[in-house]
Design a protein around this ligand. Structure first.
Ligand code: SME
Length: 157
């Protein structure tokens, strides 16, 4: 498969996710390495949506440790229950944060980040990583992002 992403020009968010999802399914199905798949998924999502920051944190012992990402430098370790990422890990559910300044304990890796969505990646019911997406716009993420990004997270087991 070609590594180029040909996405419909001027497509809606939903149309873009619908075009992207089968491409990512094919791409990840042929590659057993978790890091390689996380890296390509981060790249594809950044290219498709021009998110401010997107990346994975992997659960390693008692911390989330920075994994493949696209964007500016980021915090490398996050404790269980801390920040949006650590809370999504602890609660095992997707968190949509319309305004990061209103989220108690939000960890600001970059002050330009205004809103955020964090989704758990689960294996056998256990959170093994989280996918974190940041926007420099307020209220950027909604249930459409949650719906498709959850399907994308299911590709990185
Ligand atoms: N804002 C996150 C930290 C990770 S960075 O956004 C890349 C949090 O509160 O957990």
């Amino acid at each position: 498969m070609s590594e180029d992403l040909y996405l419909p020009y001027g497509a809606s968010k939903e149309e873009t996710y619908q075009a992207l999802l089968p491409r990512l399914q094919v791409l990840t199905a042929g590659e057993p390495d978790l890091i390689a798949n996380m890296a390509n998924i981060s790249s594809a999502l950044k290219e498709a949506f021009e998110f401010f920051w997107i990346g994975f944190y992997r659960v390693i012992d008692d911390r989330l440790v920075l994994g493949p990402f696209q964007g500016s430098l980021a915090c490398t370790r996050i404790s269980y229950g801390k920040g949006v990422c650590g809370t999504a890990w602890k609660e095992g559910r997707t968190l949509i944060v319309p305004d990061v300044n209103q989220f108690p304990g939000h960890i600001a890796c970059n002050n330009l980040s205004r809103s955020e969505i964090v989704l758990p990646v689960k294996k056998n019911g256990l959170v093994t990583a989280v996918l974190d997406v940041d926007s420099d716009r307020l209220n950027h993420f909604d249930e459409t992002d949650a719906f498709y990004l959850e399907k994308i997270c299911a590709l990185v087991r």
